[in-house]
Design a protein around this ligand. Structure first.
Ligand SMILES: Nc1nc2c(c(=O)[nH]1)N[C@H]1C(S)=C(S)[C@@H](COP(=O)(O)O)O[C@H]1N2
Ligand SMILES: [Mo]
Length: 356
């Protein structure tokens, strides 16, 4: 595939980045207080345009290396046994805007993450009927949205290995938080792949195809790889790295977002998640002094975990941070890990606060 990678940027955001940032909203960090992000506050990442989609005539075609190709209407899928899964989804590019030089793309600071309850049909249930052949090497999921990236026209399509696609918790979802999907979240149908970065959860899902080779689509091979230098093959982005955020305490300044709190005891609340292993520990720091945060009970195998910490704030300027560790032993780094296209930045958050 032609690699016409954009040149990295040091310094001010470009008009193109601002256009992406206004189309693709993040979750306001105060929404970390909700176990489930209300649909209208869930972050958004839409590469092209939201396609015109009519739920009454929408069809999902499953074909390729399968014993029985089939086309399902939405009503047919809704007639099958339903599953609901609570999923924390994070954009692989979350944190890109904090790295320098940065790759010209969606300049997330840290707000490209949210949690929703998705309802739909388990893909493994559909596959029982369709029967994927032994010769299938990958399952490709095609979205109905289309556009260009780096000069190549394509639909947003992604693939998974059959074993990954067959997991019971991988859903063809038609509802979010108990309501029909909103247009911006993939109405009327989307894939939801728990634990993986968001790009795997293909929205406006129109076609599923079993193929006998590695899928080479732009969104599969061109993008979504960890690469230390441009042009190298790299490692595909898959499961979310361990990460955490706090809801910035106190009240913000309108323009600079800097926080003000009253001196004395401050309750800090946040969330921690990892697509690789359960959360083991969260630490909170004020001015570089780390303490263990208190973890709430988990609310699902694929959802973020709430944590709290108490901080006795002396008057003056302070820097707050938090970092999580998962059961694999992975811990968030203090500085952004280097990646050419700005994927997977799970560096510990920094929040500047003035206590008065
Ligand atoms: N068809 C399609 N699916 C897509 C995308 C897209 O642009 N088109 N964006 C992906 C990316 S990069 C992310 S992070 C998630 C975001 O899902 P959300 O907008 O519902 O939060 O959708 C994924 N699925
Ligand atoms: Mo993303």
């Amino acid at each position: 595939m032609a690699e016409k990678r954009r040149a990295p940027i040091v310094g001010r955001y470009t008009q193109e980045e601002l256009a992406l940032a206004t189309r693709n909203s993040g979750m306001p960090l105060e929404a970390l207080r909700y176990d489930l992000t209300p649909a209208g506050l869930h972050y958004l990442l839409i590469h092209f345009d939201i396609p015109a989609a009519d739920a009454a005539t929408w069809e999902l075609r499953i074909e390729g290396l399968v014993a029985r190709s089939r086309t399902f209407s939405l009503a047919q899928l809704q007639g099958l046994p339903a599953s609901t899964v609570r999923v924390t989804m994070e954009c692989a590019g979350n944190g890109r805007g904090q790295t320098s030089p940065r790759y010209p793309s969606m300049p997330w600071l840290e707000e490209g993450v949210s949690t929703a309850e998705w309802t739909g049909v388990s893909l493994s249930l559909l596959f029982k009927e369709i029967q994927v052949k032994e010769s299938a090497r990958e399952i490709v999921f095609h979205g109905a949205d289309r556009g260009f990236d780096r000069g190549v026209e394509h639909s947003f399509s992604r693939s998974l290995a059959p074993a990954e696609a067959m997991r019971d918790d991988v859903l063809v979802a038609y509802a979010m938080n108990g309501q029909p999907l909103l247009p911006q979240h993939g109405a009327p149908l989307r894939l939801v792949v728990p634990d993986w970065y968001g790009m795997a959860s293909v929205k406006w899902l129109a076609r599923i195809e079993a193929i006998d080779h590695a899928f080479e689509g732009v969104q599969q091979m061109g993008s979504y790889h960890f690469r230390t230098v441009a042009g190298e093959k790299g490692v595909p982005c898959s499961r979310m790295r361990v990460n955490s955020l706090m809801a910035p305490p106190g009240i913000p300044d309108y323009y600079g977002r800097r926080r003000t709190v009253d001196a004395g005891w401050v309750e800090i609340l946040g969330r921690a998640w990892s697509g690789s292993a359960p959360i083991r520990r969260v630490e909170f720091a004020a001015d570089g002094v780390w303490q263990d945060a208190v973890l709430d009970a988990p609310t699902g195998d694929h959802a973020w975990r709430r944590w709290t910490a108490r901080w006795n704030a002396p008057s003056g300027a302070h820097e707050l941070r938090c970092r999580a560790t998962d059961e694999s032993g992975a811990v968030q780094p203090l500085d952004p890990p280097w990646d050419v296209t700005g994927f997977g930045n799970n560096a510990a958050q920094r929040v500047e606060v003035i206590a008065r």
